[in-house]
Design a protein. Structure first.
Length: 210
């Protein structure tokens, strides 16, 4: 199963990706993580990316797509994968298609901006391993401490209200048009946000079976 998860910042893509990985036995390919890994491992594309990052510039789409292509050649992607964090724009979606990267489904988690504003205020992330929590929906066993690695949980600057609002504006302008792009290819499946993480997972699995 080769999937893309779409949804506004805070829609729960990261949480759902983790659960679906376990259920479907496929890896999540998070752009941020593989970018950091490629830079750390000094792969040819990683070195290209590092040059842009060191100069304080955004890494161009073709370099990001190159890093994703490298990652998808690895053995753990043979049975499928979930792409997380890319494509964010129509240009990226077109570049991915051109690179011959294919998908079985594109799942869009539909959620109101108001719900996201409430939700992001409670989001916490582990400084060490990047695991996501929420003070109400997915609390850690011990407040402020990661269940996985014992790292410190922090609120990212990204989750401050004014930042969330501007991220939502960018999502509606740049990423939401992808729904039309993938609907034209008969890949889009929409899932209404549910009241619990488990119910949202169930709704996603249901549309994937359809």
């Amino acid at each position: 199963m080769k999937l893309i998860l779409l949804g506004a910042p805070g829609a729960g893509k990261g949480t759902q990706a983790e659960i679906l990985c376990d259920r479907l036995h496929i890896p999540t390919i998070s752009t941020g993580n593989i970018l950091r890994a490629a830079v750390k491992n000094g792969t040819p594309t990683g070195l290209k990316a590092k040059a842009f990052m060191d100069a304080g510039k955004l890494v161009p789409d073709e370099v990001i797509i190159g890093i994703i292509s490298e990652r998808l050649q690895e053995d753990d992607c043979k049975n499928g994968y979930i792409l997380d964090g890319v494509p964010r724009t129509l240009a990226q979606a077109e570049a991915i298609e051109k690179a011959g990267i294919t998908f079985d489904a594109v799942v869009s988690i539909e959620i109101s901006d108001e719900t996201i504003m409430e939700r992001m205020g409670g989001r916490r992330v582990c400084e060490s391993c990047g695991a996501s929590y929420h003070v109400v929906a997915v609390p850690p066993k011990q407040e402020g401490v990661c269940d996985r690695c014992g790292g410190k949980l922090v609120q990212r600057k990204d989750d401050a209200p004014e930042t969330v609002k501007s991220r939502l504006d960018v999502y509606h302008q740049e990423t939401e048009p992808l729904k039309v792009f993938y609907a034209k290819r008969n890949l889009l499946k929409t899932v209404e946000n549910q009241s619990t993480v488990e119910a949202t997972t169930a709704a996603i699995l249901k549309v994937l079976e359809a």
